[in-house]
Design a protein around this ligand. Structure first.
Ligand SMILES: NC(=O)c1ccc[n+]([C@@H]2O[C@H](COP(=O)([O-])OP(=O)(O)OC[C@H]3O[C@@H](n4cnc5c(N)ncnc54)[C@H](O)[C@@H]3O)[C@@H](O)[C@H]2O)c1
Length: 334
């Protein structure tokens, strides 16, 4: 087993595994696992599996992956062959694949979010990874977005003054995309409590409705509102933070950031108001590359890694509370 050029096995050859990047310019920042592992240069994309023959062949040819098969059994893999396993199969299969890959003794499992569909199940597999000495990383991608890291540092250092409230806009499921929002909120505000949730709407997944929600930071000071959009309209993933000294808005999933600072009103003496919007591009597109860079450092130097199992469980616990509260609320008419 090499520690300088870790060998990667990808399970699933779909969009997040690599297909998104197959439709993007070769010099664009990669937004997939295969794209990021390849761009990093320090990994060997050694094998991939997917039962969809056509998709797998196209995938393996594009990414120049020498070994591929319809399943782990078909590939005839041996324990210790792979340092990193990228788990990119549909969420409903994650638990099956976690069971199948732990005996292969990888050093890292880079699992797409959510870990599984249920908190109890996720918790079981997080513990199984720990018991096997495998580092579990769950891909809440914005963990590695430098713009988000800067915002977290600024907010936590008081550069924006007191945080008064937060509003997250999202669609495509409380667990699937709501989980990304909860990830951001936990980093910005610390532990959260669910106060209420309502209006579950199945806008994309049969088993994961998008819900509206009201939460607060555990210290009780910061109210958070989750405002749903409908996945059939357009993708929406945005976050607005209302602070003592101004308002920050992450737009288009982190592609752009808008800030407005409070200043004396030019119209009403004695009042303060928000100045015009200053917009800047975000660094979201670097996130996947930075994730695999951190995994590489972890493998070679044993350094800490973000978005490990316990953080994923904390996210899923909040999502599950929101879902339970919304399900017990008055049903929506969709
Ligand atoms: N981190 C993120 O922001 C992000 C973004 C998109 C998707 N995801 C997650 O990634 C996972 C995959 O999503 P996707 O959008 O790439 O889906 P997808 O449908 O594009 O790809 C899934 C692939 O898995 C393959 N597959 C099915 N059964 C399999 C099996 N038994 N063994 C191996 N492969 C199998 C399918 O043929 C398909 O090619 C999901 O868990 C999803 O929630 C995460």
């Amino acid at each position: 087993m090499s520690t300088t050029r870790p060998r990667v096995l990808l399970i699933g050859c779909g969009n997040i595994a690599g297909r998104f990047d197959m439709a993007r310019p070769a010099d664009a920042w990669p937004v997939t696992q295969a794209g990021a592992f390849r761009r990093h240069g320090g990994y060997e994309l050694a094998a991939c599996i997917d039962p969809d023959e056509q998709a797998r062949h196209a995938f393996a040819a594009y990414w120049d992956i020498p070994r591929h098969g319809s399943s782990l059994e078909a590939l005839g893999v041996m324990p210790g062959e792979f340092d990193v396993i990228g788990l990119c199969s549909p969420t409903a299969l994650h638990h099956t694949h976690l069971a199948a890959v732990l005996p292969l003794k990888p050093r890292v499992i880079f699992c797409e979010k959510p870990l599984t569909h249920g908190l109890q199940e996720s918790s079981r597999w997080e513990q199984a990874c720990q018991a096997h000495g495998v580092t579990l990383v769950v891909n809440y991608t914005r963990q590695w977005d430098p713009s988000v890291t800067r915002l977290v540092d600024e907010v936590r250092s008081g550069r924006w003054g007191v945080v008064r409230s937060a509003v997250g806009y999202y669609n495509k499921g409380v667990l699937n995309n709501g989980g990304h929002l909860v990830d951001l909120l936990l980093r910005l505000l610390g532990p959260l409590e669910v106060i209420a949730a309502a209006t579950p709407v199945h806008d994309h997944w049969d088993n994961d409705p998008t819900v509206s929600g009201l939460l607060r930071s555990k210290d009780g000071h910061v109210p958070v509102c989750l405002a749903p959009a409908h996945a059939k309209d357009y993708a929406l993933f945005e976050l607005e933070l209302v602070c003592e000294l101004g308002v920050i808005r992450m737009r288009n999933g982190g592609m752009q950031w808008d800030t407005r600072h409070a200043e004396p009103s030019p119209h009403f003496s004695g009042y303060r108001a928000l100045a015009g919007v200053a917009s800047a591009d975000g660094d979201y597109l670097q996130a996947m590359t930075l994730a695999v860079t951190e995994i590489h450092q972890h493998l070679n130097q044993g350094t800490a890694i973000r978005s490990a199992g316990p953080h994923a469980l904390a996210i899923q616990a909040i999502c599950e509370q929101l879902l339970a509260a919304a399900t017990h609320a008055v049903p929506s008419t969709n």
